[in-house]
Design a protein. Sequence first.
Length: 194
Amino acid sequence: MELPLSLYLKENCRTTHDSVDHLVMSVKPFDTIENYTRFLQLQAVFHQIVDAIYKDQLLNQGIEDLAELARYEEVLKDLKDLQANTKNITQTLPIPQGKEVLGWLYCAEGSNIGAAFLYKAAQHKLGLTAEYGARHLAPHAEGRAKHWKDFCDQFNQIDITVEDRAAALKGALDAFATYKALLREVFELSPATV
């Protein structure tokens, strides 16, 4: 039996996803406000890329209140709280197209599950909250687990072909690769193959 799209993406992105987690934690984003500010600048660029996906009319017909889940504006408010600006990025930002947007959306919304640990770190190490500095990391009103289940239920109902699944996977892998490349630029790390 064919895996639901969310599980198909999860299974085929596991190694890449783990490498992103490792890279994020290697830059110690919650050790100092300076590091956290860079993390916010990274988040701002990524969420700017996916903002149009969240607001796509067709996707909003399939996934209830999708537009309200966009976090770009919240990241900008977090930066403003810390009196910081967005960072000018030298690399060309991708514009996800076609069914690749499903993979980008899966990565962006899935990151909200992983944000539970990040939110706690922002609270305990830096004293940030859902009202100040860590808005975009705050949990969904229904709780992260229930929200993710509800999202996946609707996400998996989107009508797609075999070719669409392959495009969605490409989109997810591109999203992870883009995030890593952006992180390396924002945190001024040397380029690497991983």
